[in-house]
Design a protein around this ligand. Structure first.
Ligand code: GL2
Length: 834
């Protein structure tokens, strides 16, 4: 790289190449400079917000230097890159992460203290980057951290939503949604006004035959919207590698506004085009595991995919290689089906714009893409109506029909006369209107398809994608069990635990190789170690208790068992079963004498999570949790024995505080519905035990940490179908304990019963699709086992230590290495320290 810098600039360049700040004075100087110049403020009115801004700008400057070097090196090395296409990146806060990954949090802490600030208060100023709904978006963020930390040449591509996931307020027990405008001041992004792409929508296709008899299709007319790139640097941990997350923002292609309309006095409409264009990247769809099929969503998908592919192809073309080398240079991962249009767009670029033959182009396409499936829930599998496609993307629809034709011809050769098979695997569903099945397109257009935990990867092969296993053979389908980054979810979220671990393992290496955690198992009987282990958990609970007091006004006792369920609210995740269990506990306590009650293990049941704004049942669940809390928390008979808390606006930064404070957390989805879950891994990594069903990654967690360290209950995935069948065609009676819970609700114990009847009748009258009643008894019994185990604090601490020691497998580093080797075929490109 250095050799390529022209002589006149080389000296200045070399002087500029310092990594990090020399010392705290160097850091302070940079902060002061940013306060006084970039922010144009005086030091005497520098508040915490300004200190946050200046501190971020100082770290950002460091990152940018590393970012430049990383990119230059990757360009020079000319090696294969991976592009991770995701509609969601749930990044959370960046400053703390940047300080830790660069390894200069101590310097910043001391420097900020000199300037009169506590680093914790400064960190708290940052607004979460909440461009995602839940697990899928957070997984993408963990992957970016691992890709950079492992020195893989990788870019993320996403959308720069002006509004991320809504902010949740709880008013009178109900969820109220408030827009999340997060871009007021965002030091972590770089607008690249010179990196733009024109994106076409609507219009029509003309076809002509050229001199060689080849058909040439041209997509003409319609509307153009401009995509503008915003770059977010992604620092690796303990490496100078800094990757890029490129987010696209939409703008009118025609400039600011329509002068003609403006001059003719039509002021209002003069900005209409601009506003319409900007709408595309304005807002994140707030649904988790649900596809609503809205036109604007399809526009978002094409806008983002087309801009990203243009960028990727532009970069490839600079290398002047032959097209057939494209898959040797480029791997593209489809995070769920949301970016599946990329398959069609690349085929369009190669065939229509670059003039390649269909076959040659299609080989390149299918060697380039990999597809990750994140759910088997039918309501989440994307389908787009053919008429909508015809209108918005007419050329793409033709290409999809051609892709399908060639695919079905190949199926027919393998399964002659099996018309049912053809109908089942077709990319087009012959419904009214016809629909495009995006998962089918993604499978056909990729060389590998993976699920995200073992059970889930098996399930996709035996259920939703069964026919494709027959068509393509089993090797196309694989498993990559999800992982989490230990940098954010241990080192950043739980600094004391991280420090204790490094004092025993001898270094911070476990943050790079999480299997080193195994070393702490040697200390599980060491009295001092155990004492400190317990103290750290207690301190984390005290911190959460303070937050609960500040935000809800409820006093909770940090010595009680903290039972946490924080995740999106969804019937399949069964928060309703949890709150019914809490009611059962309350009724039991009420039926006991004061003496008997004393034997009970005190508990704080903590819930958090957002409901999609249009998801009525999920909102009812939130309302019931709050209604139960209002009664139980004010019941003098109960006191500290039971508290019920709903924490408002669960997000990444709150997770960082809540997860380290949990004793037990709940991962209780109906077996076979939660593809993996990733918070289960975060809780265990922080020394919390879990109660869960045999679902998703719970199964592999059990295998790693040992059955004695987890509380499993409930029906198995293989039995769910039969049980459901029985609900419909056999006799279905509600579990007697659950019936008592329903009775209490219906009596008005928690307010107006009609407010909660949806939840009750789903179980009692509508087939109990999520098996709440079937699993209720074993759930309650298992909760009793949890109480018992917790009363034996010594035993509990042993379980906690053993669990953490055995969590090495669940690092997203392991996961990314598996993708790199098994799917992307890329190598790390380490950057030497200068
Ligand atoms: C999800 C799954 O529901 C979840 O189990 C999984 O851990 C994540 C990441 O693989 O993906 N699928 C999905 O659509 N969302 C998820 O969180 N929103």
């Amino acid at each position: 790289v250095e050799a390529s810098i022209p002589e006149p600039q080389r000296k200045a360049w070399l002087e500029h190449q310092t990594h990090g700040f020399k010392d705290k004075d160097g850091f302070e100087k940079e902060v002061v400079r940013h306060v006084e110049t970039t922010l144009a403020r005086s030091l005497y009115n520098c508040d915490e917000q300004a200190a946050y801004s200046a501190c971020s700008l100082a770290f950002r400057d460091r990152l940018i230097l590393e970012w430049n070097r990383t990119q230059q090196r990757q360009t020079f090395a000319d090696s294969k890159r991976v592009y991770y296409l995701s509609l969601e990146f749930l990044m959370g806060r960046a400053l703390d992460n940047a300080m830790l990954n660069i390894g200069q949090k101590d310097v910043a802490k001391a420097g900020l203290a000199d300037l009169g600030f506590r680093i914790e208060d400064v960190i708290e100023q940052e607004h979460d980057a909440a461009l995602g709904n839940g697990g899928l978006g957070r997984l993408a963020a963990c992957f970016l951290d691992s890709l950079a930390s492992l020195n893989y040449p990788a870019w993320g591509y996403g959308l720069r939503y002006r509004y991320g996931i809504f902010k949740q307020e709880i008013i009178d027990g109900y969820q109220v949604e408030v827009p999340d405008y997060w871009l007021d001041f965002n030091p972590w992004e770089f607008p690249r006004h010179d990196v733009t792409v024109d994106i076409q929508f609507y219009g029509h296709v003309t076809k002509r035959t050229d001199d060689n008899g080849k058909t040439i299709a041209t997509w003409e007319g319609g509307e153009i919207v401009k995509a503008v790139a915003y770059d977010v640097p992604i620092p690796g941990y303990a490496t100078p590698s800094t990757n890029n997350l490129r987010l696209w923002s939409s703008k009118a292609a025609s400039g600011e506004f329509d002068f003609q309309k403006f001059n003719s006095g039509d002021y209002e409409n003069s900005v209409a085009d601009q506003q319409r264009a900007e709408t595309i990247s304005a807002v994140l769809y707030p649904n988790d595991n649900l596809d609503r099929g809205k036109e604007l969503r399809l526009k978002q998908q094409y806008f983002w995919v087309a801009a990203s592919l243009y960028d990727i192809v532009r970069r490839f073309k600079k290398s002047k290689r032959a097209w057939k080398e494209f898959p040797d240079q480029v791997a593209i991962q489809l995070n769920d089906t949301h970016p599946t249009l990329a398959v069609v767009e690349l085929q369009r670029i190669l065939v229509d714009l670059e003039g390649l033959d269909w076959e040659e182009a299609w080989n390149i396409v299918t060697s380039t893409f990999g597809y990750t499936n994140h759910t088997v829930l039918p309501e989440a599998l994307e389908k787009w109506s053919v008429p909508l496609f015809q209108h918005l993307l007419p050329r793409h629809l033709q290409l999809i029909y051609d892709i399908n034709l060639f695919f079905l011809q190949s199926v027919e050769r393998k399964f002659p006369k099996d018309r049912d098979m053809l109908a089942r695997v077709s990319i087009i569903e012959e419904s009214q209107p016809k629909m495009i099945r995006m998962a089918h397109l993604a499978i056909v257009g990729s060389h590998k398809v993976n699920g995200v935990a073992e059970l889930h990867s098996d399930l996709i092969k035996t259920t939703i994608f069964k026919d494709f296993v027959e068509v393509f053979g089993p090797d196309k389908f694989t498993n990559v069990t999800n992982g989490i980054t230990p940098r954010r979810w241990l080192h950043q979220a739980n600094p004391r635990l991280s420090e204790l671990i490094s004092s025993k393992t001898g270094s911070n290496n476990f943050l790079k190789d999480l299997t080193e955690l195994a070393k702490i198992e040697h200390y599980k009987d060491d009295a001092d170690f155990r004492k400190e282990w317990a103290e750290i958990k207690y301190a984390n609970k005290v911190r959460l208790a303070k937050h609960i007091k500040n935000t809800t006004g409820v006093d909770v006792n940090p010595s009680a068992l903290f039972d946490v369920q924080v995740k999106r609210i969804h019937e399949y995740k069964r928060q309703q079963m949890n709150i019914f269990g809490v009611i059962h506990r309350y009724l039991t306590l009420k039926s006991l004498s004061p003496e008997e009650r004393k034997k009970f293990q005190p508990r704080v049941s903590i819930f958090g999570g957002k409901a999609a704004p249009g998801y009525w049942m999920a909102k009812q669940i939130i309302h019931l949790i709050n209604a139960v809390g209002a009664v139980v928390n004010n019941d003098k008979d109960i006191g500290d024995l039971l508290k019920v808390i709903f924490l408002e606006d669960y997000n990444v930064s709150k997770a960082e505080m809540i997860i380290p404070a949990s004793d037990i957390s709940e991962h209780i989805s109906t077996a076979g519905t939660e593809a993996s879950g990733t918070s289960n891994m975060k809780f265990v990594l922080n020394g919390g035990l879990i109660i869960g069903t045999c679902d998703g990654a719970n199964i592999e967690i059990t295998r790693e940490i040992g059955e004695q360290n987890i509380f499993l209950f409930g029906n198995l995935a293989e039995d769910v179908e039969d049980i459901r069948h029985n609900h419909t065609y056999g006799s279905h009676t509600v579990d007697p304990d659950l019936a008592k819970v329903f009775e209490a609700i219906e009596k008005g114990t928690f307010g107006e019963p009609n407010d909660f009847m949806g939840m009750i009748s789903a179980v009692r009258d509508h087939g109990d699709f999520y098996l709440v009643s079937d699993d209720f008894h074993s759930y309650i019994e298992t909760q009793e086992l949890v109480d018992k185990a917790y009363r034996d604090q010594d035993g509990w601490i042993t379980k906690s230590i053993e669990s953490v020691a055995r969590m090495g497998f669940f690092s997203s580093d392991r996961c990314i290495n598996e993708y790199a080797e098994g799917i992307w075929n890329i190598e790390p490109l380490p950057i030497k320290e200068q």
